[in-house]
Design a protein around this ligand. Structure first.
Ligand code: HMG
Ligand code: MG
Length: 307
């Protein structure tokens, strides 16, 4: 039995646009969020409060948050790697914050400039202060299926970080295949380690389609009952510290899969394709989504037929 309902956490504005070489105006990011919420997405990762020297693409974080016309029932989340990030984020009124660690030491050093243990000590007061303000805390575990520097990453390494995150009170863990090397059975093995410590509703999957495995991996998670996934409109993104980590799985592709399985995600695919078309126009390229490109081609041909 697969879940009947799935929650999609749209990460395009953050995980997608953090990786763009060209500058994207804050107004375009705000417009993207508006289009995503009008397509029915109810969880949107908007931006990150990280060092602008490390990730200049997210330097407009406060401006983007201030520009949002918030819709009831939508949760807006932001990444906060340390107390400085949380202090900057709080006045912008996020509903949720995300601390992000890694299952590989090498990636932790490259991405956040500290060891896994040190990252947990940095997150501890961030989690406590965020929760004291009534915010939910998600913990992302990057490189859970493989690391661009270390290579293989074992389920034991994933469970170690899950346990550490649980120990500091993180509410939800996201198992992330940052370089997209996971395959279904290996993904299930990693997920099962997270599920030893967190209930189904508090474990999510974050897949990259680098090797074309993302949808198969999501299906493998559905088989376990996992029903929350991070996805990125138009397949935007990657990670600036993970070479070759092209392509978060496209939200459109996941919505199409879920529709075919009769699983409700609350997302209107047509409006979502509009959002993908919009941001792809801003970036001057086609969406990295088979579904968007197929549906956009169909729209063009029906317009041509009608003319
Ligand atoms: P650091 O250099 O070790 O930090 O960086 P520091 O505390 O020594 O501070 C150095 C400088 O940064 C100081 O400024 C601080 O004020 C400033 P200076 O005195 O040199 O002018 N600083 C900050 N500025 C703004 N906001 C902050 C902040 N903290 C310090 N929060 C740090 C440590 C974590 C800050 C840095 O390594 C960093 O910002 N890394 C960002 C990494 C990142 O954003 N990566 C992408 C997100 S993770 C991801 O995409 C993967 C994921 O999506 C999963 C997947 O896709 O698979 C989660
Ligand atoms: Mg990602």
């Amino acid at each position: 039995m697969l879940p009947q309902r799935v929650t999609l956490v749209e990460v395009g504005p953050r995980d997608g646009l953090q990786n763009e070489k060209q500058a994207v105006e804050a107004a375009s990011k705000v417009e993207l969020v508006h289009r995503l919420q009008s397509a029915g997405l109810r969880e949107i990762e908007v931006t990150s409060f990280v060092s602008p020297k490390w990730v200049p693409q997210m330097a407009d974080n406060a401006e983007v948050m201030a520009g949002l016309q918030r819709q009831d029932g939508v949760r807006y989340s932001v990444l906060t790697p340390n107390l400085k990030g949380l202090e900057a984020a709080l006045p912008t009124r996020p509903d949720e914050i995300v601390v992000f660690g890694a299952a590989s030491e090498a990636f932790s050093q490259r991405n956040i400039n500290c060891s896994i243990e040190e990252s947990i000590e940095r997150f501890r007061p961030v989690v406590a202060q965020a929760q004291a303000q009534g915010l939910k805390v998600r913990g992302a575990i990057s490189c859970a299926l493989g690391c661009p520097y270390q290579g293989e990453v074992s389920p034991d390494e994933v469970e170690r970080v899950v346990r550490l995150m649980k120990g500091i009170g993180v509410d939800h863990v996201g198992v992330a295949d940052t370089i997209g090397v996971g395959t279904p059975r290996r993904v299930q093995a990693a997920m099962e380690r997270a599920l030893r410590h967190y209930p189904l509703a508090e474990v999510s999957g974050h897949f990259h389609d680098t090797y074309g495995q993302a949808l198969a991996n999501i299906y493998a998670c559905l088989e376990l009952g996992v029903h929350t996934f991070d996805t990125s409109v138009a397949g935007l993104g990657g990670c600036p510290y993970a070479k070759g980590a092209t392509g978060n799985v496209a939200t459109e592709d996941v919505v199409f899969l879920l529709q075919g399985l009769g699983i409700d995600s609350g997302v209107d695919l047509d409006r979502l394709v509009d959002a993908a078309h919009y941001i792809s126009g801003v970036l001057g390229r086609k969406p990295v989504s088979r579904v968007s490109n197929a549906l956009l081609a169909k729209r063009t041909s029906s317009v041509a037929e009608a003319a």
